[in-house]
Design a protein around this ligand. Structure first.
Ligand code: PLP
Length: 441
């Protein structure tokens, strides 16, 4: 629950077990059964306890397979968007909510989650912890600056432990306030502040599971010995889970890292240049980042698990804005390959996939599919992670296909529902006072 380590670094397990001798046996398991087996080596819960948490977490998904695999032309799409908020973040955050509640009831403690969101993460986090005992969640979003649907996905949740704070400012203002409250260690400790952002290890662990599920299912269907996986990437959390799965012995030959125009990561993997630019808004807003918060975890393995080498590298980066990394020798042999898909390519991919296969891709998934098509191999089928339901980004779909056809009954049902939120000025003091007077514990 601590998120970042006290020294400012990120947490990782000391050992990542190799499970390749169990894959044949695991190929027949349901999603929930597989989740228990994949996560068990990393948790200090009994198999029965973990199974209880897993079953509760994935019973909120509307598809019996949890993350179904569908074939679209020559590609295989793993649909990760059948959770309560229709984005892949539900896979991790539904589990995290139950895990936190369970951990807190064992220790008798309380937790006040504080988060800033520009859209997707906030609603998935709220859905993960709504109604849970010993937890309250305070989510700051920029008032009037998220999409109306994204705002409704948060503000129509009326559970007593959910506090939506509509801040009169930008997303950056929200983030600055949250960061500065977390930096006040006295305040953080006294109010048991916690975070659910994507650097949380338990979130990543829950994401490792669907790589196993997707790859094993795909092997079952195609008989392939190796699989490629394309991942629309922002903060490097999702693809890092794939990296862990590969280290555990899952036969992934390539992780195809796909970025939009905000391409710092794809530049790194192609030219070893990791230097900051500015963020430009695109059709795939959840991938509009510059510094990818989980990238440091990958670099740890690049420097052969030497924490002091990593620490020196990160300090140099924060001083100069450039990462001093040597190019990998024999780059063609590396697990991660990368590319960028720009706005026009994304729109073309959505339009062509709909025209050819009557299948709608959300703009994030479309970036992944665009880059996946540059990395095809006859013997290794391509698994494309679908990270959001297209109805969440219906404006981009309309722009691509010329008609407003991306809908989902769950989203349509939000229109006109009762909402609850507090409008606050973009001032740290106001948010601090609000949290103080509504915190639990
Ligand atoms: C968060 C998000 C991503 C990016 O995932 P990372 O783990 O940050 O790389 C991609 N697509 C959608 C729809 C998202 O919500």
């Amino acid at each position: 629950m601590m998120g970042m380590a006290d020294d400012g670094g990120l947490l990782l397990p000391v050992d990542i077990p190799n499970v390749s001798d169990r894959l044949d046996e695991w190929r027949g398991l349901s999603y929930a059964e597989l989740a228990v087996q994949v996560m068990l080596p990393f948790v200090d819960l009994s198999e029965t306890e973990l199974a209880g948490l897993v079953n509760r977490s994935y019973s909120t998904f509307t598809h019996p397979d949890v993350t179904p695999l569908v074939q679209v032309g020559g590609l295989h799409i793993l649909e990760l968007f059948h959770g309560p908020t229709l984005a892949f973040k539900d896979v991790a955050l539904q589990f995290l909510g139950n895990l936190f509640e369970d951990t807190l009831s064992r220790s008798g403690r309380h937790l006040n989650i504080l988060a800033a969101t520009s859209g997707d993460t906030g609603s998935a986090a709220i859905s993960g912890v709504r109604g849970k005992s010993r937890i309250r969640i305070f989510v700051l979003h920029p008032h009037g600056r998220t999409s109306p649907m994204q705002a409704l996905q948060m503000t129509t949740v009326l559970d007593d432990n959910v506090y939506n704070l509509a801040v009169e400012g930008t997303f950056d203002d929200c983030q600055t306030i949250v960061k500065s409250l977390f930096a006040d260690l006295d305040f953080k400790g006294r109010y048991e502040l916690g975070s659910v952002n994507s650097i949380n290890w338990a979130r990543l662990l829950a994401q490792v599971v669907y790589y196993f599920y997707g790859v094993l299912q795909l092997q079952k269907r195609t008989g392939a010995s190796q699989v490629r996986v394309a991942v629309p990437t922002g903060n490097f959390g999702d693809i890092f889970a794939g990296f862990v799965a590969a280290r555990m012995g899952l036969p992934i030959s390539r992780l195809v890292l796909a970025t939009n125009e905000n391409d710092i990561l794809s530049r790194f993997f192609n030219t070893s240049d990791y230097s900051l630019g500015s963020v430009s808004p695109t059709l795939s807003p959840s991938m509009d980042i510059q510094i990818a918060s989980n990238f440091e975890r990958y670099l740890y393995y690049r420097v052969d698990e030497d924490p002091s080498a990593l620490s020196a590298m990160m300090s140099a980066f924060s001083e100069t804005g450039r990462l001093p990394v040597e190019p990998l020798s024999g780059t063609s042999e590396s697990l991660i390959v990368a590319g960028a898909g720009n706005t026009q390519a994304t729109l073309d991919t959505i339009r062509d996939t709909y025209a050819d296969y009557n299948y709608l891709l959300d703009p994030h998934t479309a970036v992944g599919v665009t880059v996946a098509r540059t990395q095809l191999n006859e013997d290794e089928p391509m698994l494309c992670l679908a990270t959001a339901h297209p109805a969440k980004f219906s404006d981009a779909i309309t722009q691509a296909v010329g008609e407003d056809i991306a809908h989902h009954p769950q989203l349509d049902a939000l229109i006109g529902k009762t909402t609850r939120f507090e409008v606050l000025p973009a001032l740290e003091e106001e948010v601090r006072t609000y949290v103080q007077s509504h915190a639990t514990g």
